[in-house]
Design a binder for this molecule. Sequence first.
Ligand code: B12
Ligand code: SF4
Ligand code: SF4
Length: 432
Amino acid sequence: MKPSSIIFRQAGPIFRRPVGPGRLDSTAELDYLDPQRLRHAAAPSSQREVWTASVIMHVPQLTPNLKQEATRLGFNAVGICPAVTPAGIHRFRDWLAAGYAGQMHYLEDRAAAYEHPEHVLHGVRSLVMLRTDYWTGPAPASSPGTGRVSRYAGSGLDYHDVIHARLKQLAQFVRQEVPTALTRGVVDTAPLLEREFAQMAGLGWIGKNTLLLNRQSGSWFFLAALLTNLELDYDDAYETDHCGSCRACLDVCPTQAFPQPYLLDARRCLSYLTIELRDLPPTELRGAMGDWVFGCDLCQEVCPWSQRAPWSTDEAFRRREDLSPLALRPLFELDENAFRERFRRTPLWRAKRRGILRNAALALGNRPFPAAIPTLQRALQDAEPLVRGAAAWALGRFPQASARAAIEQHQAHETDEMVLSEMAAALAGSPS
Ligand code: B12
Ligand code: SF4
Ligand code: SF4
């Protein structure tokens, strides 16, 4: 059947126009004309200028072609679901209301926009959910003086950049096929419950650790979405939960960040504490942070399904030896410019110099060894109070008298109240 018309819609009125040359790929066919919509269809010539508005149509070969193209571009799995209000939206609201988002105010600020993907792309009808695997083998053991960086960041490339470039190419492909199509590629930053939609698109189930996982790759993958106003063929939602009676992820969490299965209190999660939090973590959680300096992988590492993950052959996610594990002491020699130079293009940039040095100081305090004392002493003179406060706490964990002497020496010159209070607690031997 050759296409005879396309239904166009913008902000309410629905009307049809004949397909002109170049409008659709010559092989494309139009087999879906929603009778309900057709009944109301009207095409007043005065409205023809809005023909570039959202296209509602179904092109049979487009879905398999799009999936094939996504695979060619490096995505490891593709599933498609309709643009609807996510079923778990009430849980998201409850989660925010409970305060579990901590300082991630961007979630609360855009809470209303999460209600429907329409707020991400006007006229959206389909979400193409994409999986990108990044498992590159077990992490090498870290030793005193080094810190662990979660695997997703260990390649040194920011996954947002890598995936955005691929999304852009996929969007171009869609527009080649259907020039009037609207598209928007998102990874992380848009108000979209990506795991919910990925589950709806058949990519896996949401596990007790709140991550999306499947039986082939565990949860070692990123999610991304390409939103479009086209009608595509939808996949079946993933309905089965394969967590069973397992609770390995809940038990391994060093900060007990799961108040109950499937629920995360982000304020206790090391990923939040090392990346998102702008202050010093609560004293009682600092010891549990161990040597993690950027993110945490523990609740994925123990997952039985994650043991099966295939190695990613993606060059973009090859682990960089100098990043993971990360040598901590040299970090304190980097000023803002040098830090920028080294980390600007890596995921670690998100935490900024002050965040990474805070984390490095805490990690040194969690595994004290004498050679770290001069480093932390230097950190007590850092321009950034956050770094000085963390260094004071860390020095308080050292048994050596020189650590105590270093705090006392700098206490006299310190003016910041938070740092002074950390110094007093360290000298009193109260830090946990
Ligand atoms: C904010 C955020 C964080 C926060 C909060 C995490 C969280 N669990 O929400 C912090 C900083 C802690 C974080 C940490 C990590 N993150 Co993060 N994060 C996000 C982000 C940007 C938003 C997530 C969000 O909206 N949370 C809101 C709350 C409400 O979600 P929730 O608590 O999980 O509740 C939902 C479900 O669990 C479910 N639910 C709740 N109760 C119940 C009960 C039952 C029975 C069921 C079935 C479901 C269910 O419904 C809720 C609403 O959708 C997403 C990207 C995105 N736009 O989606 C990435 C994302 C979730 N993060 C990701 C990753 C990789 C991580 C880390 C592994 C990074 C690391 N190694 O350090 C850790 C994992 C920690 C963990 N166990 O979750 C990936 C996950 C990929 C995957 N396979 O699932 C995402 C999708 C980013 C991406 N584009 O790939 N992250
Ligand atoms: S990432 Fe680490 S701290 Fe966060 S929930 Fe998982 S195990 Fe706990
Ligand atoms: S560790 Fe067990 S409970 Fe946790 S996500 Fe994996 S299978 Fe589910």
